[in-house]
Write a protein that binds this ligand. Structure first.
Ligand code: XMP
Length: 524
């Protein structure tokens, strides 16, 4: 079988917000890569054995005394290096170039003009100008710039405000770009990354969904042997992909527990059972625990207390169900690569330990099971591609994220069964209309919130006091910041009319126009 990790790229992180994006673009080019701190040791770099290295951008100024710089042993590895933004500047400084603060920062679109031919950029252009020079539309985001090229490097490209926008040393395979090829605003960015990893570093496209699946299956079979594996199924993408993957790898040795906590979306429990148990033939135990969860949540209004109760009750139910299974040695989890990176700590925490992350609650620590994490090398977009390749329905794979505590944090204040029922119906109408208008995939997350406020309405001649539903839809890349979605008013009107006509307990619908920050995406 092909070793899909054999030809790989090392991405060194200098603290750029785009570091993960660089890694994702390399993976999209079909090449495996990992992110490491910029001060990687020589032993680790040699053990990793990359075919090429990429230096990310960073917030620092290359000319400052304490500015982070890559260790010299990297330049002696004998493999090509691509420095991006700050990565270009530290490389320029190292080889005798000069870096200066620009009088003004450059942020946004720019046009670079090719000054000389180099292997990295040759033939890659958006247009040819009247003087016959190749031009590229790129994304810039920098304060400093290289003002004198280091010896051995040719100036490959320039802009008006950055006369040294690209440096090239074809002989050693060292390149630097002041602009960001990893950002989609740089139209030819992916081609530049592909040129680097394929032609300059000589990596083949081995990192494909089909190959990743074969590799993961072999790894799981090798590790698990004839043992049984337990998986908590939440209905979310990650655990769904783990289930499909493990089922393909070990069939009936996989047993899933799905905890129906009564805080799920409309018909969600039945959908999970239909997809996994009925269609795919996976062993799934459904624990109907609605009453237990609602009983524990009775009278509790504080959001963090609700989260704790839901998390603890989940563990209780999960352990109870798991205890009924015999011979289980492994607990599978849907940990993905960003969780691994974040828990490793961007700069200081060198230990590559994993946080006890679980989509649906805390980890059952008392169970003494070994962890199986077949997605821990993958980014979310790769997990989704794997899901489709494994035959999961598109709608499940591209569903908006749903918080572990579910409707428990979308019913504001005390959670009651009748509130959840109203909310479930309102939420389903909203999502249905988003699909009908074909905007579901354009927003990152959309849902309804139940507000326990009695608001007045009229039915015929009578005044009627009923509950309020809030609608929330946001656009975001990383869920750390978000912009409220500018949904079409006709669509909002259709949703609001349907909710008030079809659910008698609702007298008013509002649309949330708060962005994050200062608001959060969820209401609690
Ligand atoms: P906020 O509301 O903090 O949410 O802007 C950011 C993202 O995280 C999700 N979220 C949660 N997910 N358990 C989860 O598993 C939680 O307690 C939780 N709270 C918020 C939220 O849905 C959004 O995608």
């Amino acid at each position: 079988m092909t070793d899909i990790h054999a030809q790989k790229i090392l991405v060194l992180d200098f603290g750029s917000q785009y570091t993960q994006l660089i890694a994702r673009r390399v993976r999209e080019a079909g090449v495996y890569c990992e992110i490491r701190d910029y001060d990687i040791s020589e032993a680790e770099a040699r053990r990793f054995n990359p075919r090429g290295v990429i230096f990310s951008g960073g917030p620092e100024s290359a000319g400052e005394r304490a500015a982070p710089a890559p260790p010299d042993h990297l330049y002696a590895l004998g493999v090509p290096i691509l420095g991006i933004c700050y990565g270009l500047q530290v490389m320029a400084e190292r080889f005798g170039g000069k870096v200066e603060a620009s009088p003004k920062s450059e942020f946004g679109f720019a046009q670079v003009i090719m000054e000389s031919q180099c292997r990295l950029l040759r033939g890659i252009e958006d247009r040819i100008d009247l003087d016959g020079r190749a031009q590229l539309d790129v994304w810039m985001s920098h304060g400093d710039k290289v003002s004198r090229a280091p010896s051995g490097f040719a100036i490959a490209a320039a802009t008006d405000s950055a006369p040294i926008a690209a440096l090239a040393d074809d002989e050693r395979g060292f390149y630097g770009l002041q602009f960001h090829p990893e950002v989609t605003h740089t139209a030819q960015g992916q081609r530049i990354i592909e040129r680097f990893v394929h032609e300059i570093c000589g990596c083949e496209s081995l990192w494909t969904a089909a190959n990743i699946i074969d590799d993961a299956i072999a790894m799981v079979r090798d590790k698990v042997g004839g043992d049984r594996v337990l998986l908590g199924l939440s209905g979310g993408v990650d655990s769904a992909v783990v289930a499909a993957l493990l089922h393909r790898a070990i069939g009936d040795q996989l047993c899933c527990v799905f905890v129906d906590n009564g805080l799920l979306r409309l018909r969600e429990g039945d959908q999970v059972m239909a997809t996994f148990a009925a269609n795919m033939g996976i062993r799934v135990i459904r624990a109907n625990a609605e009453e237990q969860f609602l009983e524990k949540l009775r009278g509790v209004a504080e959001p963090e207390a609700k989260r704790r109760i839901i998390g603890n009750t989940f563990v209780e139910v999960f352990e109870r169900e798991a205890a009924r299974l015999s011979g289980v040695r492994w607990l599978a989890q849907g940990t993905i690569y960003p969780d691994v990176i974040e828990s490793a700590g961007a700069r200081t925490g060198k230990a590559r330990v994993i946080k006890s992350h679980h989509n649906v609650g805390g980890l059952p620590e008392t169970m003494k099971l070994e962890l199986l994490e077949p997605l821990r090398e993958l980014f979310k977009d790769e997990v989704r591609k794997l899901g489709l390749e494994l035959g999961l329905p598109y709608k499940m794979v591209y569903r908006h994220p749903f918080p572990g505590p579910g409707l428990g944090v979308r019913v504001i204040g005390e959670v009651r069964k009748e509130y959840c029922e109203v909310l479930r119906r309102a939420d389903a109408i909203f999502i249905e209309e988003l699909h009908r208008a074909e905007v579901y995939d354009q927003v990152s997350q959309a849902f309804a919130v139940f507000l326990p406020v009695k608001s007045v309405g009229v039915v015929g001649d009578a005044r009627r006091y009923a509950w309020v539903i809030g609608l929330r839809a946001v656009e975001t890349v990383d869920f750390m910041t978000a912009r409220w979605a500018r949904l079409d008013v006709e669509l909002l009107e259709a949703v609001s009319n349907r909710i008030m006509n079809e659910i008698p307990d609702v007298s008013r619908v509002t649309y949330d126009i708060s962005s994050k920050p200062p608001a959060t995406i969820e209401w609690e």
